[in-house]
Ligand binder design. Sequence first.
Ligand code: HEM
Length: 294
Amino acid sequence: MSHYQQGILAPVPAQARHLFFRIVSTAVLPAALDALAAQVDGTSTVVGFGESVPLALSGSLHGLRPFLPIAGNGVDIPSTQYAVWCWLRGDDRGELLQRSRAIEAAVASALTLVQATDTFRYDTGRDLTGYEDGTENPEGDAALAAAFAGDDAGAGEAGGSYVAVQHWKHDLNAFGAMSSADQDNTIGRRKSDNEELDDAPPSAHVKRTAQESFEPEAFVVRRSMPWVEGRDAGLLFVAFGHSLDAFEAQMRRMAGLEDGITDALFRFSQPITGGYYWCPPMLAGRLDLRALMG
Ligand code: HEM
């Protein structure tokens, strides 16, 4: 399968910029999407669409739905669903800004930018807490199977991927105030050598989300990156799947909805945005937008 947006499986870049758009005109939306497709190669820029786009164009995506807020055991997970998400990948913040301005201008008749977040790779790919992020990501064929709809999904949908995108805001002082044993038990891995802790409490993040422990197994390909805005900082969490179900099962268990145990991550971090998007496959080097159009 090579007709997916290659940037999804490529390693996390040194720098990135995430753009979130809402629709201001449905009448000229098809022309704006055409202009967007002309700017997007699927590798340096990855694009996903929220459900309002196929709804406006009489298209249909089997697995696409809006991200709904989740009330958990003492935690609230908000929704900030937008129409279009763009993930600009690169290594130069100036170039990323110029690329995002070009995309903004190309789609301006139909889409307006609501939020833009610059993200970056920290050290070898760590969260700002210092823990390695992405260790248990599936690789090779397992990553393809986890992230993309297979050929049986049919033309226009095979090679497509569903993605959950959430800004998490960290309280790094609260995290820093924990003992290192407490920190390790919060994540379920040792910061010093990234070893998984067999005796971590059930609230430990990697115990909550252990992908093979779900029924059915809940594998996703995560491409999260840290963000910093002024004095605020956190993780821009990004998880691709052949459906949204794996992410949602993980999120619900993290929120304590399965067994009343809330993920220990919530002791120092809160989700402040959340949306679901569908990343179309590529056809002859261009985004294949057929499934979005009726
Ligand atoms: C504050 C936000 C988050 C932080 C700092 C964080 C950090 C981490 C870290 C350090 C690991 C261990 C290394 C690895 O395997 O990548 C991990 C694993 C994982 N995380 Fe997160 N994570 C966050 C949010 C989430 C969310 C919202 C989900 C899904 C709903 C999630 C799903 C997973 C999964 C599936 C694993 C691998 C579990 C396994 O199979 O061992 N994470 N995360």
